[in-house]
Design a protein around this ligand. Sequence first.
Ligand code: ADP
Length: 286
Amino acid sequence: MIPAELSTHLSETLNLDIKKSQSVSGGSINRAAKISTNRGDLFLKWNSNAPDDFFEKEADGLKRLGSAGTALRIPNVISSGKPGNDRPGYLLMEFVEEGRSGDSYEFGRNLSKMHQTKANQFGLEVDNYIGSLPQSNRRYDDWIDFFTEERIKPQIKMAVDSGKLNSGIFQNWERLSAKLNEIFPSAKPSLLHGDLWGGNYLFNSDGKAVLIDPAVYYGHPEMDLAFTKMFGGFSGDFYEGYESESPLAPGFSERVPIYNLYPLLVHLNLFGGHYTSQFNSILRKF
Ligand code: ADP
């Protein structure tokens, strides 16, 4: 089930001999497999319809998180490639053996440490993807400008252009955005995972948290934490661990729906749905 052209390519470029493969489900975008090879067990994901630089950008994000040098585990990337010559785009990395449970407190504490990796500006020197949607990371000195111009407005535009939201949403957004400087506490740009929902971390067999599938940039640290609340999957210990390193500014819970306008819009643009009234009710609340 691994495309023959991909197996051949991996054999030719990496001398990789795939002895066995087992399909891994759970991804929303790509196909994936655990492969047993002459270099041990590895994780391979691929997609024939991915943009050329899709897996290269995912590899880049994983490497950036790995370079932060925290105790969070990040799978080692072995190789990535663009689609071509009848071959899908692919990403080959270390296989993570999942454990039954893990230390959520340590996970939170280590995420907070990762957020202490700072930059001078919000954004990143490269653009990347969130899910399969392009994510522009043009850099700004100011968080609100970045959040508005690079996160919310492009997603609202995409949703309105494709008929998923009514254009009246722009006005409601403008009304809220005028108040953002009273809502967001100031913060220096932090290294973020960028797509931290419950499906994008694993606990390995040692109970340590492993981050996968990032959409990395430097942003407000609360953005990653709000994301964790989007679909659940993070225990109370996780937040306690986070706050043991860096306590949250008062009012975080009230700010969560604003940060999460971004993943909500991304979800709408990726998977569709009827969210106009939900958006308007969030926008009108502030
Ligand atoms: P997608 O990009 O399609 O969303 P994911 O990267 O989330 O795919 O991977 C799909 C599933 O594979 C995940 O839910 C996770 O359980 C598993 N997975 C991801 N990366 C690894 C890895 N390095 N080792 C083992 N399992 C992994």
